[in-house]
Design a protein. Structure first.
Length: 168
């Protein structure tokens, strides 16, 4: 059996195993594997990676790598620019052009996204998630998560309490 990739592969697999699952389990599996592949009808057509020239900029790539490596212990923008050998203003201009965002905001969004993943996909205490994502406190992380995703960490975790498969 072959598929076209992306959502088609996951859809094929779900179809093959759905007879062994309850309807709620199939729905949850579909949500986890396929929901991110859907677009709204009025959404812009996805662009090829080649359309984002910033991804070919070595300084942008290095900045993102440094940000990802230091999520648990965030570095200041001054330290980041020193390590990159750029001025703060130069990095800001580049990030505005490529991501329509500031480097600091981009960095915070990386940390917030990691926090969301940890909240939804692990059973780590919320305080440990805050520490692992470089937020100074649970309150600071909660505010960032709520601003970015519209839900508190507790509500975000509660909605993921559905068990995918039950083994007896």
């Amino acid at each position: 059996i072959t598929a076209a990739g992306m959502g088609a592969t996951a859809e094929l697999i779900i179809g093959l195993i759905s007879s062994s699952l309850e309807a709620a389990q199939v729905a949850e599996l579909g949500n986890r594997l396929l929901l991110h592949t859907l677009r709204k009808s009025d959404a812009e057509q996805p662009k090829d990676i080649a359309d984002n020239q910033g991804l070919f900029d070595a300084q942008v790539t290095e900045a993102i790598r440094l940000m990802e490596e230091t999520i648990a212990d965030p570095i200041s923008m001054a330290d980041l620019t020193d390590q990159l050998g750029l001025s703060t203003r130069s990095l800001e201009r580049t990030f505005r052009k490529v991501f329509d965002d500031t480097p600091a905001r981009f960095y915070k969004r990386l940390r917030t996204k990691r926090a969301r993943n940890m909240i939804e996909e692990t059973l780590l205490p919320i305080v440990d998630v805050a520490v692992a994502t470089g937020f100074g406190s649970v309150d600071t992380m909660s505010k960032a998560v709520r601003e970015e995703y519209g839900l508190s960490p507790a509500k975000m975790r509660a909605r993921k309490k559905i068990k995918l498969l039950k083994y007896d």
